[in-house]
Design a protein around this ligand. Structure first.
Ligand code: GMT
Length: 388
């Protein structure tokens, strides 16, 4: 197949999933055209099957706001015709679904039928999309998609609840390439992991880790509160990876809680996988989380997860198995759970193994065929419609 993938190129989970999906499709022989306003951060290599088309928006002085969506729609038309695309797969509804809708209608007017699939990732539904300033357009564009997917049952439910969408939504969970994680683990375990752990935890302290975009919804302040409670009981260090609007607040709170000497903010890291290997426990106390890709990446790295039970997290983190779930904001329970995972080496080892086993359920080899099947179905439907 010849597939156009539209995504955000940044560190966010939707861009990561879209890029990893495209790379895996290309490995299976499909031609994959990434279309975005800059090269996706995880698009770290090119092959004969991978192409990148940049959407560049000119800076006309007339506009206070540059019309990115229109430029994207025009680019989609251009790439679809020139590259003879079989379908478009857009990740994150805003504004990708409406741009794809417009592009496919323009293509129809030119006698080309190109279906589009919208994958809902989370905040496009739970936060931004619900906003009345977007809602009518989002509802319409999602409903006009030839197929809709969501990354969890929870997000599917939220979409039906908040939007007037009537079409079926296919749940296709996010994934990791277990083989890549295995290779990395085998390369570093145990010598190199121990060596690098010493860098951050010189006296054998346990390492807690959190990775996010430091937005309010991630409740990074809860991470600090959990850490403080755990630190009262056992020697620990906290590594924070990522950056975003909450960072100054997080830095202030570190000082207020008097924990700065044991907390390290590492900022944005393009490939955090090597760092995750250093963690003993991964913390994700989010307010809402449609899936929690970061939690899955931790589990694939043999790291148990202490998380909230928001959104799709219970579909990813198996309570009492790969880690523990607690109500949003219950930092006492999350600290207790962290301590119970870390209570002794055998318990930690067992949680590590079970976290990894749970991650195997989300291996790309199990998930990729679900997308391929959907692509075939959607292309087939479109062709049948042409011949009617
Ligand atoms: O986590 C974020 O805020 C980024 C956001 C995105 O769209 O890039 O993540 C969402 O999509 C990820 C990939 O499907 C999911 O793993 C995250 O759970 C989801 N974030 C939220 O729902 C808050």
């Amino acid at each position: 197949m010849n597939i156009g993938i539209v995504c955000y190129p940044t560190f966010g989970g939707s861009g990561v999933v879209a890029t990893e999906l495209g790379k895996a499709l290309a490995k299976k022989g499909h031609k994959v055209h990434f279309i975005s306003y800059s090269q996706p951060v995880r698009l770290d290599y090119f092959s004969e099957n991978i192409f990148y088309h940049e959407v560049s928006v000119s800076d006309y002085p007339l506009f206070d706001y540059q019309p990115y969506e229109l430029v994207l729609a025009s680019k989609l038309v251009d790439v679809a015709i020139f590259e003879n695309l079989d379908l478009l797969h857009v990740h994150y509804a805003i504004p990708h679904a409406s741009a794809a809708y417009m592009a496919t209608r323009i293509l129809t007017s030119k006698g080309r039928k190109v279906p589009f699939i919208t994958t809902l990732h989370g905040t496009d539904i739970t936060l931004v999309g619900k906003d009345p300033s977007f809602e009518p357009v989002i509802t319409f564009a999602i409903s006009q998609s030839d197929a809709i997917t969501s990354v969890s049952e929870s997000l599917k439910k939220d979409t039906y609840k908040h939007f007037g969408v009537r079409k079926p939504i296919h749940v296709i969970p996010n994934f990791v390439c277990i083989n890549d994680y295995d290779l990395l683990y085998q390369k570093h375990f145990p010598e190199s992991i121990d060596k690098h752990k010493k860098h951050f935890a010189p006296n054998g302290e346990k390492i807690l880790m959190h990775i996010s975009n430091f937005r309010k919804v991630k409740r990074v302040e809860d991470v600090l509160q959990i850490f403080k409670l755990v630190r009262k009981n056992i020697p620990v260090k906290l590594l924070l990876i990522g950056d975003g609007p909450e960072r100054p607040h997080v830095e202030r709170l570190c000082r207020e809680l008097n924990i700065c000497e044991d907390v390290k903010l590492l900022g944005k890291i393009v490939s955090p996988e090597e760092y995750i290997l250093l963690a003993d426990v991964f913390l994700l106390p989010s307010e809402t989380e449609s899936f929690g890709l970061a939690a899955l990446e931790a589990m694939a790295s043999h790291v148990p997860v202490i998380s909230s039970n928001a959104g799709g997290l219970p579909e990813v983190n198996a309570n009492g198995i790969s880690g523990f779930l607690s109500n949003v904001g219950d930092v006492d329970a999350m600290a207790q759970n962290t301590l119970s995972v870390l209570q002794n080496d055998d318990t930690l080892k067992s949680f590590r193994e079970k976290a990894y086993q749970q991650a195997l359920l989300f291996d790309i080899n199990l998930i990729l065929p679900k997308y391929e099947q959907l692509y075939h179905a959607v292309i087939g439907q479109k062709q049948a419609a042409i011949h009617e």
